[in-house]
Structures are given as structure tokens and as C-alpha cells.
Design a protein around this ligand. Structure first.
Ligand SMILES: Cc1ncc(COP(=O)(O)O)c(C=O)c1O
Length: 421
């Protein structure tokens, strides 16, 4: 039987309505920005395979480091034991994170890095005998698909069946020039009226919500207010980490530094699933006690997996030399956006660092279920480009190693598809 038929028979894919979805493409090879299917057709990966492959596919340096690790140590229980690659990774991460970050906790993906962050914040208050029961997040947020992560995310599209099981969260508007006074006021009011444990946010850009961008100065002010009121600030850098926004972390654009960071996606260059939650000494210290009940009772079988740690170390080695490529990418994206400005079929053109996005005008409202999505996706794929619109929002989020020629092809294909709408 053909591979895609067996796939259809056996496999339940994420975010997929199998009743109407077409067969999945069988990808047999990846190299740099190119994916090749079983028939030899090539696709330029302009979304870094779910925003993870920052150095493209099958990067040799990362691949070599994993192979070396494979022959040394593939896995070890991470309680009572540690290993050199995890230690090396902790040093590498702490060297690039803000100085207030002093401890690294490992898990398996973006959602679990958020889950860990929320649990750290809640137990931080609990351990100090100051239990607090409110969390503040932005409307439209997406922090993952586990229950804690769903609770701090937008209600509706992804979470509807689970809503009765999600804990209450206070959501505030994403700030902009026009509404900031109101947002700030509302934020302060919640903090004054409730016992707020934490404020969680996707810094500068809400990815899954449709690449909604906002300015650093507003977030900086909210973090300042939160920290003055002993509210723990959690930066969900799962998508924005490792230069996506032009700096290593999106919160490097702020002067106030969050207390907890969630990191995943780019950390292993897309090779292996991994999650990191880092925290400040203040958070960590609240868990030190002779009272065993103050322990952070959280862990996963694959916590600190040596292969993932090796991939992450290798990816971080590459990131130091990537600045030039990233600057070029930011510039190319910006030039393309300028060219697009005259296109009357689109609106809300925007850029944060290496990411550009725009909305295709339609009669329906801008959202994830906008009907034009499938038309756009299919036509991009037909022309050899992997772009995955979020409803009517098209975004380009390529691996940093994409060549100018490959990126030009992506732009040409977008132009062509916009022509036929
Ligand atoms: C900001 C943010 N947080 C968390 C997640 C969840 O990460 P994962 O899909 O690895 O669980 C995502 C995934 O897109 C994300 O964009």
C-alpha cells in the first residue's frame, strides 16, 4: 500500500480534521531550507517546520554532536544523577539569558515549559505561605495544549470542549498606542483587587493568534508594574527565542527582566523535542527547605535527555555565528514588506525581526477558520513552498540559513498566489 494511505489508515495528526483533510505529503529528506517528498518534489520550508528548524534541516554540526552523544550516553534518570552535556548546556544557556536567571529546569516541549513555569510561580507563593490564585495573560494568547497552558491561552478555537476544566485567568488586551492607558489601568486594578501570582506573556508577538505584534515599551511598563507588586513575570519565549525577533530573546528588547523564561522550539534546531524553564534565584530559593513538602515535585521520564541536551549545545554553538545571516534576513524581509505595501489585496503588513506577516482581505473576519486559508496553503504547496497561513494571515518565518534566492522564490510564489485570489 502507498505510504500516505498507510499513514491515513494508522496515524492521527495534530490540528487536523481528518474527515476533510487531504493526504499528508510524505517527506523523505530534508537539507537546509529544502524538504523533498517521496516523488522527488522539493519544497522550500518557509516556516522552519513549526518554527523550530532555525538552522534548516539536517544541519551537520547538530547532527554530528547528537551522533557523538549517541555513542556515549543516550539517557539517564535525572534525579540523583546528572551528566556533562546537561551541565554544559546549563552554562551555555545562563551565559545568554539575562543575569537574573540562575537555574535551568528541563522538560520536553513548549507546553511543558509553560506548565513548569506556572507551577513554579504558584508554588513559589504557596511555599511562602502567601497563596495567590490569579494569573494574568493577554487575550488571544497561545501557550500550548496541556491544561495549564490551555488555561492561560485564548478560550474558543482550540479549547472549547475543555473550558469547564480550565482554571480562571484574567485576560487583558494586547497593548497599543491607542489603548495602552486603559490596558495599564486594568492591569493595575486586577493586581490591586486580586491576589495575583503571575503575569504570563508571549513577548512582542503572539504567534498562533495570527502573528499579532506589539511594542516592547508597553510590555516593559507592564513588567515593571507587575514586579513592583510582587507579581512573577513569565516570558513565554517558546517561539521568540534565539533571534526570531532580532535579539537572542524577545525580552532583550525590554529593560525589565522577567522572573521566569519558557524556551523550546529553536533550542535544538528542530532536531529533538525539548523544553527549558529558567528562573531567578529568588524563585529557586523559595523551594529550599528542610520541609520536604516545599520540593518542586515535577519531572518527566525524559527530563534532561542527553541527546536533546547535545542538540541544544550544538544549536547554541551555531547561534553565536548566525548574527550576520539573521541581520540579512531581517533586511530582506523588510524590503519585501515595503514592496508588498502597494498590493491592495492585503492589509496589516507587519514585521518583528525575522518574521513578516500580513492579512489577506476577505469578506469574512480575520481568524483561524477563515476559508481562504486552504486555498492559500494548497497553492503555495503546489508551487513548491511550505507556508502555513493562520486563517487569512500569511507569515514568513524561515530558517536563518535560507538563501537569498530561495527567499526570493518564496516571495515570488506569494505574489503569484495573491494574483489569482
Ligand atoms: C508561544 C508558544 N508557547 C508554547 C507553545 C507550545 O509549544 P509545543 O507545541 O512545543 O508544546 C507554542 C507553540 O506553538 C508557542 O508558540
Amino acid at each position: 500500500m502507498h505510504l500516505s494511505k498507510i499513514d491515513q489508515q494508522n496515524i492521527w495528526h495534530p490540528f487536523t480534521q481528518h474527515q476533510t483533510a487531504s493526504e499528508n505529503l510524505v517527506i523523505v529528506k530534508g537539507k537546509d531550507a529544502i524538504l523533498t517528498d517521496e516523488h522527488g518534489n522539493e519544497y522550500i520550508d518557509a516556516v522552519s517546520s513549526w518554527w523550530t528548524n532555525i538552522f534548516g534541516h539536517c544541519n551537520e554540526h547538530i547532527s554530528k554532536r547528537i551522533k557523538k552523544q549517541l555513542d556515549e550516553l543516550e539517557h539517564v534518570i535525572f534525579a540523583g544523577f546528572t551528566h556533562p552535556t546537561a551541565i554544559e548546556l546549563s552554562e551555555k544557556l545562563l551565559a545568554i539569558l539575562p543575569k537574573n536567571q540562575t537555574k535551568i529546569f528541563f522538560s520536553d516541549n513548549g507546553s511543558t515549559s509553560v506548565e513548569v513555569a506556572l507551577k513554579m510561580a504558584i508554588q513559589f507563593c504557596h511555599n511562602q505561605n502567601q497563596p495567590k490564585n490569579t494569573i494574568i495573560a493577554f487575550k488571544n494568547a497561545y501557550h500550548g495544549d496541556t491544561f495549564g497552558a490551555m488555561s492561560v491561552g485564548a478560550r474558543g478555537t482550540f479549547n472549547q470542549p475543555f473550558e469547564p476544566f480550565l482554571f480562571d485567568v484574567d485576560f487583558i488586551d494586547l497593548p497599543n498606542e491607542a489603548n495602552f492607558e486603559h490596558v495599564q489601568h486594568e492591569f493595575q486594578q486586577i493586581i490591586q483587587e486580586k491576589k495575583v501570582a503571575a503575569f504570563i506573556f508571549e513577548p512582542l508577538i503572539q504567534g498562533s493568534a495570527g502573528m499579532l505584534m506589539y511594542e516592547a515599551k508597553f510590555l516593559d511598563k507592564l513588567v515593571d508594574i507587575a514586579q513592583q507588586n510582587q507579581v512573577i513575570c513569565i516570558a513565554d519565549e517558546v517561539m521568540t527565542g534565539f533571534y526570531r525577533t532580532g535579539k537572542i530573546f524577545a525580552t532583550d528588547h525590554l529593560t525589565n527582566k522577567p522572573d521566569i523564561f519558557c524556551i523550546s522550539k529553536g533550542i535544538t534546531g528542530g532536531f529533538l523535542p525539548f523544553g527549558i524553564t529558567s528562573c531567578s534565584q529568588k524563585i529557586y530559593d523559595a523551594f529550599l527547605s528542610n520541609d520536604k513538602l516545599k520540593t518542586f515535585f515535577h519531572g518527566h521520564s525524559y527530563t534532561g535527555n542527553p541527546l536533546a541536551c547535545a542538540a541544544a549545545c550544538a544549536s547554541l554553538e551555531l547561534i553565536h555565528d548566525a548574527q550576520l545571516t539573521i541581520n540579512n534576513l531581517v533586511e530582506w524581509q523588510s524590503q519585501y514588506l515595503s514592496k508588498l505595501k502597494s498590493n491592495t489585496k492585503i492589509e496589516n503588513l507587519r514585521q518583528t525581526g525575522t518574521i513578516v506577516a500580513f492579512d489577506v482581505k476577505t469578506d469574512a473576519s480575520s481568524n483561524y477558520f477563515n476559508n481562504i486559508r486552504d486555498f492559500l496553503y494548497d497553492n503555495f504547496i503546489k508551487r513548491g513552498v511550505l507556508l502555513r497561513p493562520l486563517g487569512n494571515t500569511v507569515y514568513v518565518l524561515p530558517p536563518y540559513i535560507i538563501t537569498k534566492e530561495q527567499l526570493q522564490k518564496v516571495y515570488d510564489v506569494i505574489d503569484e498566489v495573491l494574483e489569482i485570489i
